[in-house]
Design a protein around this ligand. Structure first.
Ligand code: SF4
Length: 355
């Protein structure tokens, strides 16, 4: 049987696991330091000052590497797409992006996805399983190992939970992953440098608002009314906009933080001026100061020929209309345009090739 990844244990769980086996808390500190500061890739590399008995019990129960690099695509702009093969043979996609503010990694949380967004290459392949917290965290460790090997001293500074899958449909594992990332004794990626993106599972959104996770949150809206949103996102049938906005209001009130509404622009579908006006109405005055709209120019994929990228003029018009209404708005910069840029595209191509 495959051993689980050790990166799935937040510090407290690791300390409790070791304590159950008779080891002191200070041992957990040393193990943690080896995992996230020294970043050993093999238990044999662990500092000999750590009691050998600790390494032995860890090695018996956990793995440091549960996935292998299957494909790596490098873009001219520095974006790197990794396709990892999991122990059970499944493929997942992870993306490293270079920004002025640092290096961010977009992680996958599930093998496939059940949300069924009609524009998404990933959504074509139904969810076959959730990733463990360790498999999510190992994506970061693998990318960090890629950076460490280059020897430039670069570090992953930001994490976006926006890859394949709905993170709130794998809530507990996602939460453990975030706790591992945030821990100041380890990678110490600040909660403001971590963004979780959800299609809007309302109950989980409330749970997230009440939690200790405190990361940034992005909600995929993609349409300003139910008729259009249901066409674009199947999930809207179960959780219509009014229900989603209630959960968003709860989040805004409870956390007093800002929230991003993601809006993918699809030519002649949801990118007209009247849609922007409707969106501004939906956000309304009360929410305006806490909400930012992020416009995402669509990356066409062969499987969804019904959708095209919006004209530049339409993007500008949409942006201007929101601005005029006092809505904070940005347009997402594209990364890796010369490689399989759309989320899930690399994975679906590789799977198609194999079949
Ligand atoms: S966009 Fe995200 S939530 Fe929607 S189908 Fe794709 S992976 Fe799932």
């Amino acid at each position: 049987m495959t051993k689980p990844s050790i990166y799935g244990l937040p510090y407290d769980k690791l300390a409790a696991w070791l304590a159950e086996r008779g080891f002191k808390k200070s041992r957990a500190d040393r193990v943690w330091e080896q995992l996230y500061r020294s970043r050993v890739a093999d238990f044999a590399e662990m500092d000999p000052a750590l009691e050998p008995a600790v390494t032995t019990v860890l090695e018996k129960s956990f793995a440091l590497r549960t996935m292998t690099e299957h494909v790596k695509q490098q873009s001219a702009d520095g974006t790197v797409k990794f396709l990892f093969r999991l122990a059970d043979g499944n493929l997942i996609e992870t993306v490293l992006m270079r920004h002025k503010f640092g290096l961010s990694v977009c992680v996958t949380t599930q093998v496939g996805c059940n949300i069924g967004c009609s524009f998404c290459a990933s959504g074509l392949l139904a969810k076959s399983r959730d990733l463990s917290g360790g498999e999510i965290a190992e994506q970061i460790m693998q990318v960090q190992a890629h950076l460490d090997a280059a020897g430039n001293g670069e570090r992953v500074s930001h994490v976006v939970v926006m890859g394949i899958g709905e993170p709130f449909d794998n809530y507990d594992n996602m939460a453990d992953f975030i706790r591992v990332m945030k821990d100041h004794k380890g990678l110490a990626i600040g909660p403001r440098h971590i963004t979780v993106s959800t299609s809007g599972l309302a109950n989980k959104l409330r749970e997230f608002a009440d939690s200790d996770l405190q990361t940034n949150l992005a909600v995929s809206l993609h349409a300003p009314n139910d008729e259009l949103r249901t066409r674009i996102m199947k999930i809207n049938r179960a959780i219509p906009i009014a229900k989603l906005m209630d959960a968003i209001d709860y989040y805004l009130e409870r956390t007093n933080r800002r929230l991003t509404l993601e809006y993918i622009l699809l030519r002649d579908v949801n990118d007209r001026r009247e849609h922007a006006e409707e969106l501004a109405d939906l956000i309304g005055e009360a929410r305006r100061s806490q909400v930012n709209v992020n416009l995402i120019p669509y990356n066409p994929v062969d499987e969804h020929s019904q959708y095209q990228r919006s004209e530049q003029e339409a993007v500008r018009g949409f942006y201007d209309a929101l601005k005029k209404r006092g809505v904070s708005v940005s347009v997402r910069l594209e990364h890796g345009a010369d490689i399989d840029a759309a989320c899930g595209q690399l994975r679906s191509k590789q799977i198609a090739k194999a079949n």
